[in-house]
Design a protein around this ligand. Structure first.
Ligand code: PMP
Length: 408
């Protein structure tokens, strides 16, 4: 038995997708020119799958802050904050996040993934019960796996199903119920009915944790996310998020309306036993947070472009997974067709995400687009003309997929 034998099914699926052209999961850009354009060789590609929602990765203030922090504190922290201490960038960003959201406590992590891993696994102990949405992102599931608490899944975006399960669970002896949902879901771009979830949690004394990775910076009058948009931010116990999307950096954060959340710094293994984010990353996120506060026009442009693209794709007859949002997912019949179309779009200079099972909800095959406030009306027209051409040439693209299958 070889150590890699267990990956043989995965390998044959990857091989099949690779037969269609470029490996969609190993794209290498030779240069990123700005928030909406990259180069592969000399070929310019329009970027429509980066999660760079506010387009701030090339914002001059974010770049300057990042360089300044590197010059001041060096390229890395080389250790955890518990063991090696914090830098003023970490503390300043935590204070700014707490102030911006009106929360009592904010903790910064090295990635968004680690945020959920650390917070969920620590907040739910052996006597507690976790309730999570059936379409939860991998790091929520992994946080639950690391927790000593049992995990119960409820139907996607269904406060009624959550309520049924909370009632069935009944009183938790010596423990609490922690409900985990997302704001906007990363694959379909659909939004949770947050107010209804808040009400169910309040009725049953459950704590509510919302991952706003894809909605922070994008929704709400001050960009705090969907809980703010629905006017219930002060009734949510925990909000997590990432710096890798609208905050144009890398890292993550968890906010809480409970001051006592602070104690968990000394209990969260994925915070304590890993290096803290670099001064450069934290300073860039800090500068991006100021933009979120000061530039509501970024959110407005993003929503306008989302509506433009959504309307255009709908007119072309594409089956879209959710109403307009910066994530627009197009449902495709199967992974071979999706992968062939993805390759065809790449050839035309349009980069979107290919999302195929097992990482997708309902085992769907998707062409997933994520938009940026930096996209212009003309950029969206360019993307739409690519999809219009794809529609016209769909038979050719299908034939390509079939040839690849036949060669199996
Ligand atoms: N939460 C959600 C909902 C995500 O989709 C992701 C990753 N895209 C993360 C957390 C993890 O964020 P990061 O990339 O910062 O690790």
């Amino acid at each position: 038995m070889g150590i890699f034998d267990k990956f043989s099914t995965l390998k044959s699926r990857v091989d099949l997708v690779e037969k269609l052209g470029v490996d969609p999961f190993g794209v290498k850009f030779d240069r990123i020119l700005n928030a909406t354009r990259g180069l592969i060789g000399n070929k310019e590609i329009i970027l429509a799958g980066t999660n760079n929602y506010l387009g701030l990765t090339f914002d001059q203030d974010c770049i300057d802050a990042s360089i300044k922090a590197t010059r001041k504190h060096g390229t890395g922290t080389t250790g955890s904050r518990i063991a090696n201490g914090s830098y003023d960038e970490h503390v300043d960003l935590e204070n700014a996040l707490a102030k911006h959201s009106g929360m009592e406590s904010a903790i910064v992590f090295s990635t968004g993934y680690q945020t959920n891993l650390a917070a969920i696994s620590t907040l739910a102990g052996p006597k507690d019960v976790l309730f999570i949405d059936a379409d939860s992102q991998a790091c929520i599931i992994d946080g639950c796996r690391l927790s000593a608490a049992p995990t119960i899944r409820f139907r996607h975006n269904s406060p009624a199903d959550l309520e049924k399960r909370l009632i069935r669970q009944g009183e938790i002896e010596g423990g609490i119920a922690l409900v985990v949902i997302e704001g906007m879901y990363s694959m379909f771009g659909d939004k949770a009915p947050i107010k209804e979830f808040v009400e169910v949690c309040e009725r049953h004394g459950a704590f509510l944790y919302i991952d706003e990775a894809h909605s922070f910076g994008i929704y709400g009058p001050t960009g705090c996310g969907l809980a703010e948009e629905e006017g219930v931010l002060d009734r949510v116990d925990f909000i997590s998020g990432t710096f890798s999307k609208s905050l144009a950096s890398i890292g993550g954060f968890c906010l809480s309306r409970h001051k006592d959340f602070e104690i968990t710094r000394k209990a969260m293994r994925a915070y304590m036993f890993t290096a803290s984010p670099t001064p450069s990353n934290v300073a860039a996120a800090r500068a991006a947070l100021d933009k979120i506060a000061d530039k509501p026009e970024l959110r407005e442009n993003l929503q306008a472009r989302a509506e433009q693209l959504h309307a255009g794709l709908t007119a072309l007859g594409f089956d879209l997974c959710a109403p307009p949002s910066p994530i627009i997912a197009i449902r495709r019949p199967n992974e071979m067709i999706a992968a062939s179309e993805w390759n065809w779009l790449m050839e035309k200079g349009i980069y979107v995400n290919l999302a195929i099972p097992p990482g997708t909800p309902q085992s769907s095959s998707l062409l997933r687009i994520s938009l940026s406030a930096a996209h212009t009306i003309e950029d969206i027209d360019l993307i739409l003309s690519g999809f219009a051409q794809l529609r016209q040439e769909s038979e050719l693209v299908m034939a390509r997929a079939q040839d690849a299958l036949a060669a199996q």
